[in-house]
Design a protein around this ligand. Structure first.
Ligand code: MRU
Length: 352
């Protein structure tokens, strides 16, 4: 990957602001937004200006740090009460990606661990923690890339859904990380990117990222996965995820579950790429995962000059679905590749 890389989220500490790449403007425009108010940060997450489970976590960590920085209380109790309000507010922006809650909880734990120190020092340690969350995500994604690449061979055809790429993380992505590392090593992968209805993360973001990196990428409509796999063009499917339950069920962008079932039909391995921060052992199964429902207009009106459904018609718009563990060949984490039985093997890897 080029060193002049696009960065999804970063902190401008001097300006007291978070800088994000506005992912709603891609692929046409590369626009960075400077966010200072908590409402702006909440809105950027809600509207998917910053999106993808790890990037949401990083944005929340920097967001709650910026909120903490502005708290006037000099005593720990007053400070902690304000911090918790800011944390709860940011946590209400999106429900499915566990990284949002994981990052905010980690920030809160750091605050509590520093409680004996003066408030100004607690603020500085929160900055350190947010930086650590961002830095570690880059390391984690690289390790997922290495672990994923070890399962692949040069010249393979790969299919992916949504965008689990560099702009969904600190760097490299999760599902796209093996593709970037493969590109550095001359693997010559041919990638098929589902367009990903209704918000088109596949065609707007994944195709843009991979094309910019010089990786061979072909956009497919969401309904084409069976056709493309039947043609024998796909040797492995790699997807990201927003939350993995303790039994291995994995929530990811709507349409992922279909892909997993089709992949099983054609004997194509189906890999879920997940940092351990996305594994939620408190969710027993996929039924415990809160699936975000979004506005019907995203299906009927966005991206088109004219409405693409009759005025007043109902539209069902869940942002995610749950891929049943039985259709997942393996879960690729930074700590290693987890195979079934997932209930046992996820528990083991989380203890590592
Ligand atoms: O609604 P989005 O665009 O935030 O959905 C993102 C996904 O489904 C990604 O696959 C997932 O968050 C993993 S990103 C590394």
């Amino acid at each position: 990957m080029s060193e002049n890389r696009i960065c999804a989220v970063r902190l401008d500490d001097a300006a007291g602001a978070m800088i994000i790449l506005d992912q709603t403007r891609l692929p046409g425009e590369v626009v960075y937004l400077t966010l200072t108010a908590q409402e702006e940060i909440w809105d950027a997450i809600y509207r998917l200006k910053v999106r993808g489970a790890p990037a949401i976590g990083i944005a929340a960590a920097y967001g709650v740090y910026l909120a903490a920085r502005a708290i006037g209380a000099r005593d720990y109790e007053g400070f902690a009460a304000e911090f918790k309000k800011a944390k709860e507010y940011l946590a209400s922006s999106r429900p499915t990606a566990v990284n949002l809650f994981w990052a905010l909880d980690r920030m809160e734990r750091r605050m509590e661990a520093e409680k004996a120190r003066p408030v100004e020092e607690i603020k500085a340690s929160l900055r350190e923690e947010a930086d650590a969350i961002c830095r570690e995500d880059e390391e984690v994604c690289r390790a997922i890339g290495e672990n994923g690449l070890a399962l692949l061979k040069p010249g393979m055809g790969l299919m992916t859904h949504c965008n689990a790429g560099a702009i969904a993380t600190a760097r490299y992505g999760t599902a796209l990380a093996p593709m970037y590392l493969g590109q550095e090593r001359g693997y010559g992968f041919k990638v098929f990117a589902d367009e990903t209805r209704p918000l088109l993360q596949g065609s707007r973001l994944t195709a843009w990222e991979l094309h910019e990196a010089g990786i061979d990428v072909t956009v497919c409509c969401d309904g084409m996965c069976s056709n493309v796999m039947k043609n024998g063009w796909v040797n492995a499917v790699l997807v990201g995820c927003d939350r993995v339950a303790a039994n291995g069920d994995a929530a990811n962008k709507i349409g992922t579950s279909t892909l997993s079932i089709v992949a099983r039909h054609y004997g194509v391995p189906f890999y879920v790429c997940a940092p351990t921060s996305t594994i939620d052992m408190a969710c027993a199964t996929g039924s415990d995962i809160h699936i975000e429902l979004r506005k019907p207009e995203e299906i009927t009106e966005m991206w088109f000059e004219k409405p693409m459904a009759p005025a007043g018609v109902k539209a069902y718009n869940p942002a995610f679905d749950v891929t049943d563990a039985e259709f997942i060949t393996a879960i690729i984490t930074e700590k290693g590749v987890v195979y079934p039985p997932f209930a046992d093997n996820l528990a083991k890897i989380m203890k590592k």
